[in-house]
Ligand binder design. Sequence first.
Ligand code: SF4
Length: 62
Amino acid sequence: MIVNVDADRCRGHGICCALCPDVFELSDDGYATVRPGEVPVELESAVRDAVMQCPERAITAT
Ligand code: SF4
């Protein structure tokens, strides 16, 4: 799974980080970033939840 946060859309709500802290983290400037490395299969469902619940539609996962 390849996960991306569109920095132009992200508004730093942190919902993604709450749903899946092993994949998303808030950077020092308050916006979400994707932690480096492969997303474990067992976290893919949580990532999809984050995609659906991001109010800004900033996350893509393929
Ligand atoms: S939920 Fe969406 S807008 Fe909020 S921090 Fe995560 S990526 Fe950014």
